[in-house]
Write a protein that binds this ligand. Structure first.
Ligand code: PLP
Length: 357
């Protein structure tokens, strides 16, 4: 199978080889060094400031979304949430669950934000802003500069879910004044699922230190304290952390995050150019480099997904709910090449000849 989904995605041979090895004991200086190195490289690739910290959580991306919401905010906060799809909705659900007061900025599918969108929230005393910079369910990449300027002007803490955007789209925590950033192992990090991480600025660390969290496993204070010695409070997904280490060092060796972002953009552009003549509409106003969300004009999105899977050995990403037949997504993250895309493009053309697309 060739995997063009948005996670888990294809891993490099180097990363896969580590998956075969015995999992080592981890309460050792050797494993701590791996964790220090992971923290250092994640900080570098996300443009985090010198005194930022990274906590690694064993759990998928949502575990870190939940940890971030419950450790950074409390019932004294009043936050804004961009909700333009299922991941925005997840932040809404989390704030409801943890009694964080919120206002939802509800956007239609695939619509972006502009200065006008935020105008009426100016000077209203909000304390937090939550956004999934790439709303993976629709492929929309929000204008983070506009959000960042709004937050700077209003002195608002900015929490960014960059789970599917980190290493795929340009992003610099320090320049954008991002309070905390979340990502996960199975998106552009291209490792197996099971680890997510939060990069915390000094502001975020202060918020965490002053907050009371009623959860033992997702207590970031505890994770920060253990992180000082390169450890985690509980047994982490040791094997995946070793794979993350290999992958981060591989990106470093190849020239850093910008090279990886460029590589992803080139794959995305190659694919988007090649499908121009097919009856497919790009869904979002502004696409992330990580994925192309497409609306087949014949509304057979799910059938296209099934046929590619069963007859061509290709996975694309279906959508759920009301978008099931309207949208499918093609990912550009993971260990993919132009030759892989040629196979997908060829298959899509065949489906078109057969009337399935
Ligand atoms: C993948 C993803 C998540 C996390 O999903 P999990 O299944 O918990 O890993 C969260 N937000 C966005 C934007 C994502 O793309």
């Amino acid at each position: 199978m060739i995997n063009f989904t948005v996670g888990p995605v294809q891993s490099s041979d180097e990363v896969r080889k580590i998956g075969q090895e015995q999992v080592p004991y981890f309460r050792t200086p050797e494993f701590s060094n791996i964790m220090y190195e992971n923290e250092k490289l994640v900080k570098k690739f996300s443009g985090a400031s010198e005194n930022s910290r990274v906590v690694f959580i064993t759990g998928s991306g949502t575990a870190s979304m939940e940890a971030a919401v419950m450790n950074i905010f409390n019932e004294n906060d009043n936050v804004l949430i961009i909700n333009g799809g299922s991941f925005g909705q997840r932040f809404v659900d989390l704030c409801s669950l943890y009694n964080v007061k919120y206002t939802e900025i509800k956007l239609p599918i695939g619509k972006g934000i502009n200065e006008e969108t935020l105008k009426k929230y100016e000077g209203e005393g909000y304390t937090g802003f939550l956004v999934n910079v790439h709303e993976t369910s629709t492929g929309e990449h929000y204008n983070i500069e506009i959000i960042s300027d709004f937050c700077k002007r209003n002195n608002i803490f900015l929490l960014v879910d960059a789970i599917s955007s980190f290493l795929a789209d340009e992003f610099n925590m320090k320049e954008l004044h991002v309070g905390a950033m979340i990502t996960g192992s199975q998106k552009a990090l291209a490792c197996p699922p099971g680890i997510s991480l939060i990069v915390l600025s000094e502001d975020a660390i202060k918020r965490v230190e002053n907050n009371q969290t009623k959860c033992m496993y997702l207590d970031i204070k505890n994770a920060l304290k253990n992180g000082e010695r390169g450890q985690t409070p509980f047994t982490p997904a040791v094997g995946i952390l070793r794979q993350i280490n290999a992958r981060l060092k591989q990106i470093e060796r190849d020239g850093g995050q910008q090279i990886e972002i460029n590589r992803t953009r080139e794959l995305a552009e190659y694919f988007r150019n090649a499908i121009k003549d097919l009856p497919l509409e790009i869904v979002p106003e502004d696409s992330s480099n990580a994925v192309t969300a497409l609306h087949p004009l014949n509304n057979q999105a799910y059938k296209i997904f099934e046929t590619l899977k069963d007859e061509y050995g290709i996975w694309i990403c279906p959508n759920g709910g009301e978008l099931k037949d309207k949208v499918f997504r093609v990912g550009h993250i993971g260990d993919l090449t132009i030759q892989d895309y040629d196979k997908l493009i060829d298959a899509l053309k065949k489906l078109h000849d057969k009337g399935i697309l």
